[in-house]
Design a protein around this ligand. Structure first.
Ligand code: SF4
Length: 474
């Protein structure tokens, strides 16, 4: 499909916002392109929570898909400085530089107490893990589930006429992180839905990464505790959606947005024990659906068959490590048998493709562990028959809050060597479809994830990314 001009994007959406309806306005900013922002339920959820809440209305902005010149918002074409509140919704550390460039282009990048213009809050999974890299550039960093404290915050801000000094004390009292404070003093907000439903797309567009698909969250958090998993440690324990309430939400939103395809999203989609029942009901209602990555020990032949009947062509599983020793180190309680059975289920169901995820560069990893990835992938391939196998392997990015937060970062040259070993070994067993983050991308992500505002300040002052990686990644 031809990439649309930024001006064409709003008109292609179903479920558009009517425009500013109240006296106070916020802009929810995604520091990347429109396609990935629309495919992010957290981003859509924050916009939905703010737009129409009391006196507030909200527009959005996508930094990589905005018209040239002074930054204006997505649908209302309103300059950023004219909003009362800017909310940076950030899932990925690598998007931080684009967020700051946007504020700078709008004349709103201020450091320290002399800050002027709209209040600026950053939130999302990346700042939840570590709020320090962004806190010098914004008024406050919100950590955790937006539903827990954002509505109350909006009410209080509205009552104070958005006076900056007062707002700061409200942020602090609500548990947001402020520059210079200990992150441990802030609160990671947790929300359990009282009616058993979590987020669903508010709007859909053919230009989203997933096309015209309604994304629905099957629950939040995860009951497992894999030691590397940023999603688990940022989101907390498992809060599953209620299947009956979820079906009600799906029927309502699909009718409203005139869509029949669903994306079932979550860190633990099959954990509820009622996943198969949900899939059967979706099938009865005539929906098409696909789900996020599944745990291998939960991909039964029945679940694989139901997903394929619902139209999912590629099933994804995470093995993480090839050797049992390293899977144990990660607390990934899966064995080779689970993966082989899951591969058999995918093949038996007639899935077109299986995608298998691995992590390398783990603490204590040696070349035998990399060889074990190749062996495991080859064994899985044998079970797949006509189903194609793709491998994705990325270097470990030790994230704050996770038990592996302090794991050492390997030099880029060593990560490259390990990647080469993997790619070569996999090619020798006929597996040439290899993707994954590059060592450079992973190290940059780690530097941003574990640092403070200094890295971004120095990047903005013109220091090359490579030099910062060498200094901070050691
Ligand atoms: S890797 Fe998967 S199973 Fe493990 S904690 Fe994260 S979301 Fe849960």
């Amino acid at each position: 499909m031809r990439k649309p001009a930024p001006s064409e994007l709003p008109a292609a959406e179903s479920g558009r916002s009517p425009g500013p309806t109240g006296p106070l306005t916020a802009c929810v900013i995604w520091a990347n392109d429109y396609a990935t922002g629309m495919a992010n339920l957290g981003h859509q959820r924050v916009w939905e929570l703010v737009d129409g809440y009391g006196p507030w209305s909200a527009d959005r902005l996508y930094t990589a898909d905005r018209p040239a010149g002074t930054p204006v918002s997505f649908a209302w074409s309103r300059p950023l400085g004219a909003f009362d509140l800017l909310i940076l919704s950030l899932s990925f550390e690598a998007d931080y530089p684009a967020a700051l460039e946007l504020l700078d282009a709008a004349g709103l990048l201020h450091y320290g107490p002399g800050r002027r213009g709209p209040l600026v809050i950053a939130g999302g999974i990346a700042p939840t893990l570590n709020p320090r890299p962004l806190s010098p550039f914004v008024d406050a960093v919100y950590r955790g589930d937006a539903e827990a404290a954002l509505p109350g915050l909006l009410t209080e801000l509205a009552e104070t006429q958005l006076e900056r000094a007062v707002a700061r004390s409200i942020f602090s009292a609500t548990g947001l992180h402020l520059e210079g404070e200990d992150p441990a003093a802030s609160t990671i907000q947790r929300w359990r839905s009282p009616d058993g439903i979590y987020a669903a797309s508010r709007t859909i567009s053919p230009h989203s990464h997933f096309g015209r698909t309604l994304l629905v969250e099957l629950g939040r958090g995860c009951p497992r505790r894999c030691r590397f998993c940023a999603a688990r440690w940022a989101a907390g324990g498992w809060r599953p959606a209620d299947p009956a309430a979820l079906l009600g939400l799906i029927d309502e939103r699909t009718a409203e947005l005139d869509v029949r395809e669903l994306g079932l999203v979550g860190t633990a989609v099959a954990e509820s024990g009622r996943f198969l029942e949900l899939l059967a009901k979706l099938e009865q209602r005539g929906y098409k659906a696909s789900s996020s990555s599944l745990r291998a020990d939960l991909l039964t032949p029945e679940i694989a068959a139901a997903l394929v009947r619902l139209g999912q062509r590629t099933l994804t599983l995470s093995a993480e490590a090839g050797s049992r020793r390293l899977r144990e180190l990660l607390d990934k309680d899966l064995d080779e048998g689970d993966l082989l059975r899951a591969a058999g289920a995918a093949a038996g169901a007639g899935a077109a493709r299986l995608k298998l995820y691995f992590i390398y560069g783990l603490p204590g990893e040696d070349d035998d562990d990399l060889a074990a990835i190749v062996e495991l992938a080859a064994a899985v391939k044998k079970r797949l028959g006509r189903t194609r196998l793709d491998i994705s392997a990325s270097p470990l990015v030790p994230k704050p809050l996770t038990p592996l937060a302090e794991a050492p970062l390997l030099p880029e040259s060593e990560l490259r060597r390990r990647r080469k070993l993997l790619v070569g070994g996999l090619a020798r067993v006929g597996l040439t479809a290899f993707t994954g983050e590059s060592p450079r991308q992973a190290l940059w992500q780690a530097v941003l994830a574990r640092g403070d505002g200094d890295v971004l300040r120095r990047l903005r002052a013109g220091e090359p990314k490579g030099a910062l990686i060498r200094e901070f990644a050691g």
